[in-house]
Design a protein around this ligand. Structure first.
Ligand SMILES: [Zn+2]
Length: 415
């Protein structure tokens, strides 16, 4: 790091004023924000972001997938671009910090660099990605920019294809335009995202900054326990083929196996469906929804093998047949080691405590990680609340985070 940058800090008052102004767009009486992708408040927030970036002297742009950008040409002509960003959309009745804080911090970093007239080796771009929360289609903006968006991603948007098309139209986009936003990976120096943790680890351990090591991969399955329907009054318990018993034994075993063998990973039985589903009929079929998450593919493989065995054992114990159907897999996205080291260096320079940790939630960063060096800075979420009005991060932590983002960006933009 060049010595003259050591004392550089973001403008905390300006950062705060903009964060508050943004939070007022789609504000809820209970304290959160309601900006699902493409609703009126979301569109207004995006317009406001572009105006603010323009007023800050940045070049602004909207790409074919609707990502909104402010660009600072602080590198030599033809320089690579270091992206800093997150998302301005929220879940319905979400919090003020999720996504919004990262976009405001990115904007603040760019303006700080501009204010001081710094010349770097790369340009800097602050980006607000489209529909991170998947109101229609998860990560459509970051996948689009990464050149990884496929037809399948927008085949069956939540809320239906018609509504999606209509929403795109209102934002000046179309299904076709979504596929035109891909950047050449060779033009990107990297991607940095500042985000709240959305869990309680940093706040509990009183650590300022989380350095994300990777974003977990997720696998999901439907598991059917197949027994026999019988009269609930006349068939003795010992002679039943009761699908509920197998499904229940399996569900309890999931917890035991995860706690004993994979204490840092999670698995969830989130739904169970009974057929025929009556008080007076022994359940013939019970369908269990299972998902589990881990930060390494090998770990996902081991969890899958162990839970498949548990399902087999539970079925066998109660004389049931078993069907396991794989529904979906998302690969884990490891964060770049060099970017993690740059974040750690920035924290040390700023005398901030830090903790490496995996992210259990999905983020735009996972879409960029396969195409350019990517890293994430997490900030403490008080009591781990998120996706609700209770979401809260102390302002001094937000300022620490933005300064860590600044110095990480300065390191990466000079190497
Ligand atoms: Zn988010």
């Amino acid at each position: 790091m060049t010595k003259s940058f050591v004392n550089l800090r973001i403008n905390a008052d300006r950062f705060r004023a903009r964060f508050d102004a943004l939070a007022s767009i789609g504000a809820r009486p209970e304290g959160g924000a309601h900006r699902p992708a493409f609703n009126q408040a979301h569109l207004e927030a995006r317009r406001w972001f572009l105006e603010t970036a323009r007023a800050a002297g940045l070049e602004t742009a909207v790409d074919g997938v609707g990502n909104h950008s402010g660009l600072l040409r602080c590198g030599p002509s033809g320089a690579l671009i270091l992206l800093l960003g997150s998302h301005l959309d929220t879940v319905p009745r979400g919090g003020r910090f999720d996504g919004a804080l990262g976009v405001m911090a990115a904007l603040e970093v760019l303006q700080t660099v501009k204010d001081h007239g710094l010349t770097l080796d790369t340009h800097l771009e602050a980006v607000d990605f489209t529909d991170e929360e998947g109101h229609y289609a998860n990560f459509v903006g970051s996948l689009g920019l990464a050149g990884r968006l496929q037809a399948a991603h927008i085949q069956s948007p939540r809320g239906g294809r018609e509504r999606f098309r209509e929403a795109l139209g209102q934002a000046g986009l179309s299904e076709e335009s979504l596929f035109t936003a891909g950047r050449d990976p060779a033009s990107l120096a990297g991607y940095l995202e500042l985000h709240i943790e959305q869990g309680g680890r940093l706040a509990e351990q009183k650590v300022n900054i989380g350095i994300v090591t990777g974003i977990v991969g997720i696998r999901s399955f439907k598991i059917c326990f197949l027994g026999r329907a019988d009269h609930a009054g006349t068939k003795p318990i010992a002679h039943r083929l009761d699908a509920a018993q197998g499904a229940s034994a399996f569900t309890l075993a999931v917890r035991e196996v995860m706690l004993a063998e994979f204490p840092r990973c999670v698995a969830t039985v989130g739904d169970m469906g009974f057929a025929p589903g009556a008080f007076n009929v022994v359940p013939e079929i019970v369908t269990v929804s299972l998902e589990f998450r881990a930060d390494e593919e090998a770990k996902l493989d081991r969890i899958e093998a162990r839970l498949r065995q548990q399902a087999l054992d539970a079925a066998e114990r109660f004389g049931l047949k078993l069907e396991i159907r794989h529904l979906d897999s998302t690969a884990p996205a490891p964060m770049d080691k060099g970017v993690q080291a740059a974040i750690a260096g920035a924290c040390e320079m700023l005398s901030l405590g830090y903790l490496p940790l995996p992210s259990g939630a999905g983020h735009d960063a996972q879409c960029l990680a396969p195409v350019c060096p990517t890293g994430m800075i997490f900030l403490p979420s008080i009591d781990g609340f998120s996706h609700s009005a209770r979401e809260f991060t102390r302002w001094e932590d937000c300022v620490h985070g933005a300064n860590a983002l600044l110095h990480t960006a300065l390191t990466l933009a000079q190497s």
